[in-house]
Design a protein around this ligand. Structure first.
Ligand code: CU
Length: 354
């Protein structure tokens, strides 16, 4: 027979369990509602099977064969792939060295992933490249193989990419803010030393150690000089050629694996402490180095971004709707408590078993 004390003890435990549940629940503390239930799972490139790699590479080639839709935006953009270059290039002075650097590129990756799926029949998720596994010698990274890969370093005087899935690719749209047609080859010029210094596990750990969004994002992005180039900068200039062009760096499809990797690091950082980091945002609206890209900042407020700050992809998405930073903070498309009028727009996650 049970003693009354034991029964009373169980009753008290049950009561305290009920009253403690709301405060202890991570979902309640992180204040997120209505997450999606069937997210795309983004994986590291080397964990894909050969046929998964081929399917992704074929979809990117498809995007570069489809005609451009944004011909008003940039007459020099001839292909659908180049619509993304045009959009990135015209926004470049306003989306780098700012608080919304990571949210804007997160939205941009999502739009690219969606377009590969909707317009090129791709059924997978956007992969990423974890270069910390290859930083000793990026030229030997599995992502740069000729078979089932992006091809390797550029060859010849123009450093043209002559092997892999994108061998012989032409980029039509001009560099920098020039709207005209300037055909050239897809190029790469590896800078191994920069990769060895910056694309490392030590630099990754340094990013993950930061305790606020502001310091994390700056450590990750770096500054517009080579002594503080950061993981973001080194992922561009370390590969060089097309991917090293500031405005048109997404001429090289590797851009999307690089930026998806940065997005993954931000996601990991957010989920190290979802309660305090899921909705943490800061950083200026105007670039911290105004001279870096030469934009016109006279109409922009001299303050930090907040969760209500509106970003846009121009006409790239087929609509002019603005998306706030709040709407991309949760990759599972959750809404912040009390902000159902700004629902999350994403639905993906990252494979952490790599
Ligand atoms: Cu960019």
């Amino acid at each position: 027979m049970k003693s009354p004390i034991t029964i009373l003890g169980l009753f008290v435990l049950a009561l305290s369990g009920v009253s403690a549940a709301p405060a202890a629940s991570p979902a309640a503390a992180a204040a997120v509602q209505a997450r999606c239930t069937n997210p795309l799972v983004r994986k590291e490139w080397r964990t894909l099977s050969d046929s998964e790699k081929d399917a992704y590479l074929a979809a990117v080639n498809c995007l570069h064969k489809l005609p451009a839709k944004l011909t008003n935006l940039a007459p020099g953009a001839l292909t659908r792939f180049e619509d993304f270059i045009a959009e990135h290039k015209f926004q470049t002075p306003y989306i780098h060295l700012v608080g919304h650097f990571l949210p804007w590129h997160r939205l941009f990756m999502w739009q690219y992933e969606k377009t590969l799926r909707n317009e090129c029949g791709y059924t997978g998720a956007q992969p990423y490249w974890d270069y910390t596994k290859d930083s000793n010698d990026i030229s030997r990274a599995p992502v740069f193989t000729a078979q089932h890969g992006f091809g390797g370093n550029g060859q010849g005087a123009q450093q043209c990419v002559n092997d892999g899935a994108f061998a012989g690719w032409k980029i039509n749209i001009a560099q920098s803010s020039d709207r005209s047609l300037k055909p050239r080859c897809l190029s790469r010029a590896f800078w191994g030393q920069l990769a060895q210094q910056w694309l490392t596990t030590a630099k990754y750990d340094e990013i993950k150690r930061q305790t606020t969004y502001g310091t994390m994002a700056r450590t990750l992005e770096g500054e517009p000089n080579f002594t503080q180039v950061g993981m973001h900068g080194a992922g561009h200039f370390g590969l060089g050629g097309s991917n090293g062009e500031a405005y048109t760096s997404n001429s090289d499809p590797i851009f999307y694996l690089h930026h998806t990797n940065l997005d993954r690091i931000w996601w990991e950082w957010q989920h190290q402490n979802e309660n305090t980091r899921l909705w943490d945002i800061s950083g200026s609206i105007i670039p911290r180095d105004r001279a870096a890209f030469g934009g016109d900042y006279s109409q922009l407020p001299n303050r930090d971004v907040d969760l209500d700050f509106a970003m846009n992809l121009g006409t790239l998405g087929g609509d002019a709707a603005k998306v706030t930073i709040r709407q991309v903070m949760d990759v599972l498309g959750g809404s912040q408590d009390g902000k159902a009028n700004q629902p999350g727009v994403l639905c993906y996650t990252y494979d952490t078993t790599k």
